[in-house]
Write a new protein. Structure first.
Length: 229
């Protein structure tokens, strides 16, 4: 079993979920008392959030590249950035290490293709929904991508940073997310990507009839697949 290097803490709520899903996946695959070999570098999210808001993505990239180098030095055989938004600096992180970086959008695209979907909705931070690093990557895989209207994009972003990243998973916000998911489906989305690793903690499969793709679970399971070979 290879050792997974997880860059976490963004937020630690979803990092905890990564750890759980990875270990469950190893237990399913290997049985018995087997558990995942994981090294996690949990960064302090607050200063990174300030850099994001200031548009200083070069500094964000440098910080996460340093985190990745630390994990490789400690023995990680492959790398995972445990957040969708920070894949904006995935090229810088990948270039900083010699081990493979598993891109969350690639893993999600593979899962969406396996589900038979070609037109997907996308929820996430404003960076994930509006910048090309994520939407463009999905389009390269052949997907048509729909995002919420401007007002709903702001709502989703606010709930992510003001609530979910602070450990708050509130019923009114869940209802709003379900409404937005339903609106994307009404526009033609065959499935909706939960493109923030905390959203799967708020919106569960039984909350909506629209198929959803939980990027945290997909990414964690893909890392285990790579670790077990």
């Amino acid at each position: 079993m290879k050792t997974i290097g997880l860059i976490g803490g963004m937020s630690w709520e979803s990092s905890l979920e990564y750890y759980r899903v990875m270990n469950e996946a190893v237990k399913t695959r290997l049985g018995g008392l087997h558990s995942a070999r994981i090294l996690m570098n949990s960064v302090d999210f607050a200063p990174l959030r300030e850099l994001m808001c200031a548009g200083d993505w070069a500094a964000v990239g440098n910080a996460l590249a340093d985190a990745a180098r630390t994990l490789e030095y400690a023995g990680a055989d492959l790398m995972v950035i445990g957040t969708n938004t920070m894949h904006k600096v995935a090229p810088e992180v990948g270039a900083a290490v010699s081990v493979p970086l598993i891109h969350i959008a690639d893993a999600t695209a593979k899962a969406a293709r396996a589900g038979g979907f070609s037109r997907v909705g996308l929820l996430g931070t404003v960076f994930t929904m509006e910048d090309d690093f994520y939407v463009g990557r999905l389009k390269e895989h052949g997907f048509e991508v729909l995002v919420p209207e401007a007002g709903d994009r702001k709502l989703v972003d606010r709930v992510i940073f003001d609530e979910m990243c602070r450990g708050l998973f509130l019923d009114p916000s869940r209802a709003e997310f379900v409404r937005i998911i339903d609106s994307l489906a009404a526009r033609g989305a065959e499935a909706v990507i939960l493109g923030c690793t905390e959203i799967g903690l708020l919106v569960r499969p039984g909350d909506t009839r629209v198929p959803t793709l939980d990027t945290c679970r997909i990414h964690a399971e893909k890392a285990v697949e790579a670790a077990l070979g």
